[in-house]
Design a binder for this molecule. Structure first.
Ligand code: ACO
Length: 427
């Protein structure tokens, strides 16, 4: 294929460079179009807009492919773990044994929250959602480490490794601190032999007796984090990149990403799935009435559909079998799991969903596992954020090291044209 395309507007031709990605994706480079032609492009919701060139994650939504740095998600799910995948995302290559060990130690040594951050969490209104707490606490964490959050480059890039380890260590502690404080409890003392997920489960649900944590449960949590670790230019990651493009530090950029993730059409969907399943259950429906109302546009089948995947979300496939295993390990019988299976089976055979290429996404099964583990529903999106933090950090690093200019889209103005001010008495 030619590396040039021609756009004709009226009788004028405008040559556009064609950018070809390593997976043979093609894009028209319109960066000089406005200068050359006075036209901009219009793409509501950015569904057809490449906002950057990135080497972190590849998705082929039609084929249901997801790869971190070239490695298939199914292979990483089977052979890797969350912290190893974090290093892969940050640095582009699978880490050595010593790099992994050093990183684990660094993350673990930075998991205790500064006293100021703990007090801030305790002082927030008791009605604040855990995602609101997380965003605010990340800003406070940056404030507690001014040398890691200078808002200057290259200083913030040089301290990236330390900031990333601190953020990964601190986010589970922020989540657990808020959960425990809201129940007037304190976090039990840390056990030296716990890995990342075991430590989080211990902070959340453990006590000073330090009862052992079922490896099937901590492994399932590790898998959930790994599957969420990055997903290229989604709403929260694009928000993170946007903030980073203005020169903001990683703590501030991630705080913005947390706010973006919170919404029910994005990371909040895992909470919405459980709410939907519980409502179907209490209405005595096996899912068929709900499917009908979704088809009539009266409700939305949460956990279904995706802007990019027009095929089975590969993460949902992995989580579906992990869900069965985790529930067996926990000895939990979940009536809502049966409803979820019914909904999936019916939707996949229904013309409405087939035509629109709507398949289960990552949120469809994750909430059921998290609920069985004992996490309250309003914390599900925080768990998504723990998993997604390495993705946001990797994108922050990519912008901070390779970003060329501040992100600033244009618009088509459709408001009032120029008019004179009307004095108060004349309105
Ligand atoms: N249930 C019923 N119908 C749906 C659903 C759904 N979950 N999702 C999309 N549709 C329908 C729409 O009504 C529309 O129908 P129409 O063509 O007759 O008008 C068609 O499918 C296309 O839908 P859009 O909303 O245009 O798709 P878009 O790409 O903008 O939205 C989204 C994707 C937001 C994920 C959507 O599918 C949705 O709301 N799903 C439920 C929420 C959810 O699970 N979000 C998590 C996404 S994954 C993540 O963020 C981690």
């Amino acid at each position: 294929m030619s590396n040039q395309a021609n756009l004709t507007i009226g009788d004028q031709a405008f040559p556009l460079n064609v950018i070809v990605g390593t997976e043979d994706e093609h894009a028209l480079d319109i960066s000089t179009l406005r200068k050359d032609s006075k036209f901009i492009t219009y793409d509501d919701g950015y569904g057809n807009t490449g906002s950057c060139e990135s080497s972190i994650t590849f998705i082929d939504g039609d084929k249901g492919i997801l790869r971190y740095r070239g490695f298939d998600i199914s292979e990483l799910a089977e052979k890797s773990n969350f912290l190893e995948s974090c290093l892969l995302l940050f640095n582009g290559e699978l880490p050595t044994t010593s790099a992994i060990e050093n990183f684990k130690l660094q993350v673990s040594s930075m998991s205790a929250l500064p006293a100021d951050v703990e007090s801030m969490i305790e002082s927030m209104p008791s009605t604040t959602h855990p995602m609101g707490i997380l965003g605010a606490a990340l800003q406070a964490l940056g404030g507690s480490f001014p040398k890691l959050s200078t808002n200057t480059r290259p200083a913030d890039v040089e301290s990236f490794d330390e900031a990333a380890a601190l953020i990964l260590g601190a986010i589970p502690s922020i989540a657990a601190k808020h959960y425990r404080s809201s129940r007037n409890e304190s976090i039990p003392s840390r056990r030296g032999n716990h890995n990342y997920c075991e430590n989080f489960l211990h902070m959340m649900f453990g006590n000073e007796d330090g009862q052992s944590i079922d490896p099937a449960v901590s492994n399932a949590l590790d898998l959930i984090f790994l599957l969420h670790a990055d997903h290229e230019q989604n709403c929260s990651t694009s928000t993170c990149r946007m903030i980073a493009s203005g020169g903001a530090n990683a703590f501030a950029s991630l705080a913005g990403a947390v706010s973006a993730l919170w919404g029910p059409l994005h990371g909040g969907a895992n909470m919405a799935v459980i709410k939907m399943l519980n409502e179907i259950h209490s209405a005595g429906d096996d899912g068929s009435q709900f499917i009908q109302s979704a088809k009539e546009g009266k409700s939305r089948l949460m956990g279904f559909g995706h802007r990019v995947y027009r095929n089975y979300d590969p993460r949902a496939k992995i989580l579906k079998s992990a869900c069965d295993q985790a529930l067996t390990a926990l000895g939990v019988e979940s009536p809502i799991l049966d409803i979820a299976r019914n909904l999936e089976r019916s939707a996949l055979q229904d013309e409405y969903f087939i035509q629109r290429k709507l398949y289960p996404n990552v949120d469809f099964y994750s909430g059921i596992i998290l609920q069985a583990m004992g996490f309250p529903t309003d914390m599900f999106t925080v768990l998504f954020a723990i998993g997604r933090a390495p993705g946001w950090l990797s994108h922050w690093k990519e912008i901070a090291t390779h970003g060329k200019r501040i992100h600033r889209p244009r618009q088509i103005y459709q408001g009032s044209i120029h008019r004179p001010y009307i004095e108060l008495g004349n309105r």
